[in-house]
Design a protein around this ligand. Structure first.
Ligand SMILES: Nc1ncnc2c1ncn2[C@@H]1O[C@H](COP(=O)(O)OP(=O)(O)OP(=O)(O)O)[C@@H](O)[C@H]1O
Ligand SMILES: [Mg+2]
Length: 203
């Protein structure tokens, strides 16, 4: 087993063609609560990865959740994180990419799947497809608020990681999102509203 990633919550190992995501104990949490959180997030992630694929969004195939429920085994998706390739792309290619990401996010929301941590580090460009990963903070929800918040996370992450391309990427994303999701209108209105609220509280 080779360590391929050390996230805030989990260690990731590559074992043959499989990725093993092991949520690590946090000693600042009460042990029972800690185990419960790790179990809940692992099971949730497994469920949402499969739900997303059924909704037409590429995700790694889930093989197994281990018995205590804190380790997830899934297919290894070869390719770069989307985050890593953005700066080296031409403008047209980048817009095209973000349009497709918007479409995929629209498919998720159309199926009432909230990703929970929609960022370009949680997307892998593999061949011609874009895979979404890391659904551990996600949920199933029809709420416009949940969808708007999901988009806000994405918008903020663009601002912090791809600042110089933010407007261009966001515009392309929104185009794809609207096209894939007939309910986009109210969600985008809510997004604007949530942002206003945020500004109000900061002052
Ligand atoms: N199925 C997979 N195939 C290939 N690489 C993967 C796979 N799952 C995760 N990775 C790699 O491991 C990294 C961390 O995985 P993930 O995002 O699921 O965990 P995380 O704990 O949230 O990590 P982070 O805090 O870095 O986001 C991913 O950004 C990706 O590069
Ligand atoms: Mg991640």
């Amino acid at each position: 087993m080779r360590l391929i990633g050390r996230g805030a919550e989990a260690n990731l190992y590559l074992e043959g063609e499989e990725v093993v995501k092991e949520r690590i104990p946090k000693n600042y949490r009460v042990p029972e609560l800690d185990r419960m959180l790790r179990t809940t997030r692992t099971r949730r992630e497994a469920r949402l990865l499969s739900a997303a694929r059924r909704a037409g969004v590429p995700t790694p195939v889930v093989y197994d959740v281990d018995n205590p429920g804190t380790t997830l085994r899934m297919a290894h998706v070869p390719g770069p994180q989307v985050k890593k390739e953005i700066d080296s792309m031409g403008s047209k290619e980048r817009k095209n990419l973000f349009r497709r990401i918007g479409e995929l996010a629209g498919r998720l929301h159309r199926a009432h799947i909230i990703h929970g941590d929609l960022t370009t580090s949680n997307m892998i460009h593999s061949g011609k497809r874009i895979f979404f990963i890391d659904f551990g903070l996600g949920e199933i929800s029809e709420a416009v608020e949940a969808k708007g918040t999901d988009l806000l996370v994405f918008k903020k992450s663009l601002r912090s990681t791809h600042h110089e391309h933010e407007d261009e990427c966001l515009e392309a994303f929104m185009e794809g999102y609207r096209e894939a999701y007939p309910g986009a209108g109210p969600v985008l209105e809510r997004l604007a509203e949530i942002e206003k609220r945020g500004r109000y509280f900061v002052r």
